[in-house]
Ligand binder design. Sequence first.
Ligand SMILES: Nc1ncnc2c1ncn2[C@@H]1O[C@H](COP(=O)(O)OP(=O)(O)OP(=O)(O)O)[C@@H](O)[C@H]1O
Length: 224
Amino acid sequence: MLRRKRASSAASRPWTMGVEFPSLNIRMHEVSKRFGRNWIIKQKSEEYVSGRIYGVRGRNGSGKSTLIRLLAGHLSPSRGNISYTLDDRTLPVDQLYRHLSWIGPYFEIVEELTVYEFLSFHFALKPLLPHLSVSEVVTRIGLEKASGYALTDCSSGMRQRVLLASALYAATPLLLLDEPTVTLDADSAEWFQGELKIYTKDRLTLIASNDERDLIPCDTIDVL
Ligand SMILES: Nc1ncnc2c1ncn2[C@@H]1O[C@H](COP(=O)(O)OP(=O)(O)OP(=O)(O)O)[C@@H](O)[C@H]1O
C-alpha cells in the first residue's frame, strides 16, 4: 500500500513524511441513491483524484454522509456505479478498506479503552505513518496528560481529536472526513487545520461539513 521514499527525495519533500502514497482515484458515474421512496443522491457523476481536497456542504439531510458512505463502499448505489483505481489499476470495492481512513459523528468507539489503548489497537489494524509512534500521536493531539484516561472520561472534543488522529495519521491514500471539527473548540479547530495542511499532501481527501473553516483548504466545493 505504501512505499518508502528515497532519503534525498524525502528530504526535499518533508510533507510526504518519508513515504509516497499510491495514487487513488474515484469515479462516480450517474450515481443515484434512495432510501425507501426518497432519492437522496440523483444522477451524480464526479471524478475524485489523488492530491486534491474536495469539500461537500449542504443543508441537514441533503446527503453529505450518504455520499461519504457511498464513496467508502459502505453503501451501494441504487443506480449507476462507483469505480476505484490504485496506481491506475482497478481496485475492487471490497479491497478499498485497506486504503481508506474514514471518520464521522456516527462512529462508535470502544469507550472503555484509554486514549493510548484505543490508538494502539487502531494502529495495529491500520498502519501508522512510518515516522510516527503511538506516543508521538498522543503528543500531536495534545493529550499526553490524558493518554491513560478511558475514552468515556474524555470530553467530546478530546474524543474527536482521537478520532481525527485515527484517520490523519494512518498510512492510507484516501481520507474521508465527515464533520471533522464537530465538538472542537476554536483552538482545536485551528490545530486540525494545521494538521490538515501537513497530512493531506499526496492523498485524496474529502471533507463534508457546513463549517466554512473546514472547507477553506478545499480545491473544490460541492453543494448538495
Ligand atoms: N439508512 C438509512 N435509511 C433511511 N434513510 C436514511 C438512511 N441514511 C440516511 N437516510 C436519510 O437520507 C437523508 C440524508 O441523510 P445524510 O445523513 O446523508 O444527510 P447529511 O447531509 O449528512 O445530514 P446532516 O447535515 O444532518 O449530517 C436523510 O433524510 C436521512 O434521513
